[in-house]
Design a protein. Structure first.
Length: 289
């Protein structure tokens, strides 16, 4: 046998020995079998809770804002009448859900028009669990605002305090309360991302919207957007998302628009936009070309 073959065999034997030693040395680490019971752990007990201390000031103010406003936010569920093609029987089927808020002491509830559009009936659930059938008082599709009314005989929820949107600044903190995906009374927070946005819809373009990065999802529509004082500054109305879930771009109808449109809807049932009465003659345009 040559010296080279002997050296090679010795090298292989040394390598195999090293591998076997490593497997023996580190076998407990790679042992997937669960350890047996520890005889010394028979007196195991819950650990002592570490005192938390006081909440931070911003946490406390956020908790108070939610608890103060929660009762003024409502959950909306709508139903739609459909007719069976074969039997011609009419059935009432669930259509969708959304959010809204108490506007005044007379039982008026404000929400988005698209939340109740096409519905034959709507039910308003208060924070204490009471359900009321709602009547549609008026709507402005151009502003995506609708007003309902419920007959609350006792323990009327307080209206949401109204703020103003003309003095909002980009970067200002905002808070949204609603029912995303039917999860009751959820609080999300963010900032004003932009102002005076326009959003194209099936009914035309909604102007002067507030853009926010507060998490807004399906079911949040119609809920209030609040400032850090708990005042209403907008109605959460839409999101921009390819998937339909929150992507950090939400839009709200500013409260200055709401405060102008809602009283008119309560009085007359509709909102008529001011117009100059000027119409364009397309035939005249063609003659001038």
């Amino acid at each position: 046998m040559s010296d080279r073959s002997s050296s090679s065999r010795l090298l292989w034997l040394a390598l195999i020995g090293a591998v076997l030693y490593a497997l023996w040395r580190w076998a407990p680490i790679f042992d997937s079998r669960p350890p047996g019971p520890d005889p010394a752990a028979r007196d195991a007990a819950p650990r002592v809770v570490t005192p938390r201390g006081d909440l931070a000031a911003d946490e406390q103010s956020m908790i108070e804002l939610f608890e103060r406003t929660r009762d003024s936010v409502v959950f909306l569920s709508t139903r739609q009448q459909v007719q069976d093609f074969w039997t011609r029987n009419v059935f009432s089927v669930p259509r969708g859900t959304g959010s809204g808020f108490i506007w005044d002491d007379r039982g008026h509830v404000v929400t988005n028009f698209h939340v109740v559009q096409g519905a034959s009936e709507a039910t308003v659930r208060l924070a204490d669990g009471r359900d009321y059938k709602a009547a549609l008082i008026g709507a402005s599709p151009a502003h995506d605002i609708a007003v309902l009314r419920i007959g609350v005989g006792f323990k009327r929820p307080p209206p949401v305090p109204v703020g103003d949107s003309a003095r909002l600044k980009v970067g200002q903190k905002v808070f949204a309360i609603g029912n995303p995906f039917g999860l009751d009374w959820t609080l999300t927070t963010g900032i004003v991302s932009a102002l005076d946005r326009s959003l194209p819809t099936e009914r035309g373009s909604i102007e002067h919207l507030i853009q926010t990065d507060a998490a807004i999802n399906p079911g949040n529509s119609g809920g209030p957007l609040l400032d850090s004082s708990g005042r209403l500054i907008g109605i959460n109305t839409a999101i921009f998302s390819p998937t339909g879930a929150s992507a950090g771009i939400g839009f709200a109808v500013p409260v200055d628009t709401v405060n102008r449109v809602v009283p008119e809807l309560i009085r007359t049932g509709r909102y008529i936009r001011p117009a100059l009465g000027i119409e364009a003659d397309e035939a005249l345009n063609r003659r001038l070309q």
